[in-house]
Design a protein around this ligand. Structure first.
Ligand SMILES: [Zn+2]
Ligand SMILES: [Zn+2]
Ligand SMILES: [Zn+2]
Length: 171
């Protein structure tokens, strides 16, 4: 599923509920436990469409219920990454809840909006197969199958166009 960036007026409660429901399902299917702590960390990630650094997660959890030591947040993040419930955005050293599972042969593109700082993920099977072919050709086995692409999301493109237009009028 390639949903891209949600609109600015989307039902965000739904995003969070969907992410949590998917995580419960995935953990049940694999027989692993989404402990209350892991759940809180994932929820904090799901509540933001911008990636959060580990320290930011610690800060956010402090504001909700009892604080969680950074070490525990790191351990919960390790679990979420290993189970494919969250992604690490390397260029920002920050984390994002994964909204859908991934097939092993597809490649994940993280679209990083430079203006609103939101990140959306889209997947491509064709790119993934291309990558496999190219890397196998030189005897390399690729582990991380993600690409980060920076630019402007749809909403920000519209905002920028409006700003440019109003500047044009005032001149
Ligand atoms: Zn949302
Ligand atoms: Zn994902
Ligand atoms: Zn944007």
């Amino acid at each position: 599923m390639n949903a891209g960036f949600p609109s600015l007026d989307h039902d965000h409660k739904r995003c969070v509920a969907d992410a949590m429901a998917r995580a419960d399902e995935a953990c049940d299917a694999r027989g692993v436990r989404l402990t209350p702590l892991r759940r809180r960390v994932l929820q904090a990630l799901a509540e933001s469409h911008s990636p959060l650094g580990a320290y930011e997660i610690v800060e956010r959890l402090k504001k909700t219920r009892e604080p969680v030591p950074a070490m525990s947040v790191y351990r919960a993040l390790d679990f979420l990454l290993a189970e494919g419930l969250a992604h690490r955005i390397e260029s920002q050293n920050a984390f994002l809840a994964c909204i859908h599972g991934h097939e092993t042969d597809e490649i994940v593109l993280f679209l990083l909006c430079e203006r609103c700082k939101r990140v959306a993920e889209v997947t491509s099977g064709a790119l993934g197969r291309d990558l496999s072919q190219a890397t196998r050709g030189v005897g390399f086995s690729a582990k991380a199958r993600v690409l980060e692409v920076s630019g402007l999301c749809n909403a920000c493109k519209k905002t920028e166009a409006r700003v440019k237009q109003s500047q044009g009028i005032s001149r």
